[in-house]
Structure formats: structure tokens, C-alpha cells
Ligand binder design. Structure first.
Ligand SMILES: [Zn+2]
Length: 377
């Protein structure tokens, strides 16, 4: 099985009533359906600059890619989709240019938060636009659809700035090759890897097509401009003491596998003594547990010493924990509400570091993703 698709019949049945596709950000679970859905609905698309850049590269692989009308919208800029008045509010998330959608209907205002968090120092892109959200709350909101992924975890999700500091020190202390996995779309984490590699006197190799595609999209809209050069992955087997590699984790068997010791071309030399080829960060996201555990096992079998957030501070979530969700509800005070991208109640809390991985292990494979799309009936 290469790809699993939801039944899109429900969308086709609404074809005459649908006026457009509005994308809050460029994560795969928010734009991945567009190449499959668009040809059946042929609707215009609205999204931010970075989302548009990623979508264009994605659609370039389809035969109708050039036909898709993509409207780029800045935060705060008003636009209309059919009878709806729309506006984006900038939100921090683990990808640049994420946005909440303010949707004005004849029944009242709806706020769709998209995926978000509150981060005082997100490193790439702006902070969540709190004043704009407060104003929306003051004006009155009929309904809010809110990302509450980590609501079972107390406190806040933490800042990317703290991860940058921690990872930089960690990578600097490693004697041999370092492999770091992350979502390809986490541009702030990618920038962190580049800066950490530079600070440690290492060269960085990016492995995998999705990584290169995201870097291209980020540079197109002005991110990752002044970063040190990135070398071709085919050279990445030459000097284990000086190299770091940055593979995507989304597709095990592709980017990640090529980053594993002994699986690269040309084959890397095996360091003498202790079998310590590198270190690894694993990034958690609900729904990815099986992929992550498989990758973890692959790396351990390959002789890699794996460092996860259980061992070190190497990751913060891009989704809000309980205090952040509470702040959002205080600001917006919607008359009715619905959650999106949330864990089922049977899942354990996931924000705390050590407790987090252990609880994930216990809850897996019961843990399942509550998809925000297609909508629950
Ligand atoms: Zn997301």
C-alpha cells in the first residue's frame, strides 16, 4: 500500500455548494489531499506564501498542477470565498506561515484556529498574533474549531529557542557522526540543525526529497537565507567525526534509511571501537507512533545510539498544551466549540519529556489520531 485515501465522495456530493479550499498551513495532513481532491472539485485555493510554495512544488508532480488557482493571502488581509468574509491571523506552529481562519457567515463569526501553539521565541516566522485574537474575542465568536492536541498535558508546549540551545550543546559534544530526524516541514528545527552543525564545525547533509523540497520552498519565501551551505548526500560517508545528516522521518525506508550507517552510497567507514555512529532525535506526533518505533528499531539495529526526548531536551511540540488552550478559550470565549487534531480520551498526556515517551509506549497501539478531516458526521 503506497497511500491511504479517505473516501472523497462526500466532498463530490457537495460540489455545487463548495466555493473554495482554504489551507491554514502546509503540513501534509492539511494539504496532502489537494492533488487528489482538486481535479474532482476544481476549486480555487487560498493560503499563505509558504503554504503556496509547498503546494506548488507538490502539484508540479500532477498533470493539472499548473491549472490550480492559488491565491496567496497575508495575515490580516480580507478576502471573500463565496458568501463568506475571510481573514487569516498569524499563528505559531511547527511550520512557517501557519494561520487561523476568521470566517464571517450570515449566522455569525467562526474561528478555525488551524494548528497552533504559543511560543515566545519561535525562531522562524512570527509569534502567534495575540492582539488580533483578543480583538476577535471582543467582537464576539459564534463558534470556534480549536486544535487541542496536547490538552491532556498540563503547562505549556515550550519554546523552539530552548530546543535550539539544547541541541546545539548536545551536537557539539558528540565525537562521531550525528543523524537528526525531524519533520521535513519543521523549518525552525532545520535551521537549528544547520546552526548547531555550524557551531560544532560540522558539515550538514540533507537526505531525502521532501527535505530538499521544503528547503526550496522556505528559501523561495525568504526563510533560511543566511544558512551555511548544505552538501549533497552522496558525499555523506567520508568523515564520520565531522558530519551531521538531516533526514526526514515521514517516509521510513527512504530518506532515513539512506542516512543510516552502512546503507549509504558510498558506504561509510565503520569507526573503530565502540559502535557509536551517531545520535538521533525522534519527533513525536500523534498518529506517527508506529513509524517512529520502527525507525527507532532500525537505527538501533544499525548501531546508532539513539537519543530521544526521554534522554535529553531535544523537542517541543508544535501544538498547544493545556495552559495555552485555556488562554485561547479565555481570549475567544466562543458560544460553541469543536476540537480538531485532538487525541482520544484514552491516550496519555504527552508534553512532559520522560513521562511522555514512556506513556506513549504504554498507550501504543491504542493511541489513534482523531482526524479533523473528513468531518465527523
Ligand atoms: Zn500542523
Amino acid at each position: 500500500v503506497d497511500i491511504v485515501l479517505p473516501d472523497l465522495t462526500f466532498a463530490e456530493e457537495l460540489k455545487g455548494k463548495l466555493k473554495g479550499l482554504i489551507l491554514t498551513h502546509a503540513h501534509e495532513d492539511h494539504i496532502g489531499a489537494v492533488p487528489y481532491l482538486w481535479n474532482r472539485l476544481r476549486l480555487p485555493v487560498w493560503c499563505s506564501d509558504f503554504t503556496a510554495a509547498v503546494l506548488r512544488l507538490k502539484l508540479a508532480e500532477s498533470e493539472f498542477g499548473r491549472q490550480v488557482p492559488i491565491n496567496r493571502v497575508k495575515p490580516g488581509q480580507a478576502f471573500e470565498v463565496g458568501p463568506f468574509g475571510c481573514r487569516f491571523i498569524h499563528m505559531t506552529h511547527s511550520i512557517p506561515d501557519a494561520a487561523a481562519l476568521v470566517l464571517d457567515t450570515r449566522f455569525g463569526r467562526v474561528l478555525h484556529t488551524g494548528d497552533w501553539k504559543l511560543d515566545p521565541a519561535p525562531m522562524v516566522g512570527e509569534k502567534t498574533d495575540i492582539p488580533a485574537l483578543e480583538q476577535v474575542g471582543k467582537d464576539g465568536v459564534l463558534a470556534m474549531v480549536c486544535d487541542s492536541t496536547n490538552v491532556l498535558s498540563p503547562g505549556t508546549s515550550g519554546s523552539e529557542a530552548e530546543v535550539r540551545e539544547s541541541l546545539t550543546a548536545l551536537i557539539k559534544a558528540q565525537p562521531k557522526r550525528v543523524v537528526l530526524t525531524t519533520f521535513a516541514s519543521n523549518i525552525a528545527r532545520m535551521e537549528t540543525a544547520m546552526m548547531a552543525a555550524h557551531a560544532a564545525g560540522r558539515e550538514l547533509f540533507v537526505v531525502g526529497r521532501s527535505m530538499r523540497r521544503m528547503i526550496e520552498a522556505a528559501r523561495e519565501v525568504g526563510y533560511l537565507k543566511n544558512m551555511p551551505p548544505i552538501r549533497d548526500e552522496r558525499d555523506a560517508g567520508l568523515d564520520p567525526a565531522r558530519q551531521g545528516a538531516l533526514p526526514a522521518h515521514r517516509q521510513p525506508g527512504r530518506g532515513q534509511e539512506r542516512a543510516l550507517p552502512g546503507r549509504r552510497r558510498p558506504a561509510p567507514p565503520r569507526p573503530a571501537g565502540r559502535r557509536r555512529h551517531g545520535d538521533l532525535q525522534l519527533e513525536d506526533h500523534p498518529g506517527n507512533e508506529r513509524t517512529l518505533f520502527n525507525l527507532h528499531n532500525q537505527l538501533v539495529r544499525s548501531g546508532v545510539e539513539v537519543i530521544t526526548e526521554v534522554d535529553h531536551f531535544v523537542h517541543v511540540s508544535g501544538h498547544p498544551c493545556r495552559d495555552e488552550v485555556e488562554q485561547m478559550y479565555r481570549m475567544i470565549r466562543p458560544r460553541s466549540r469543536s476540537r480538531s487534531t485532538a487525541r482520544p480520551a484514552t491516550s496519555r498526556p504527552t508534553c512532559g519529556s520522560r513521562r511522555r515517551w514512556a506513556s506513549l509506549s504504554r498507550s501504543w497501539p491504542r493511541t489513534a489520531r482523531c482526524w479533523s478531516w473528513p468531518p465527523a458526521r
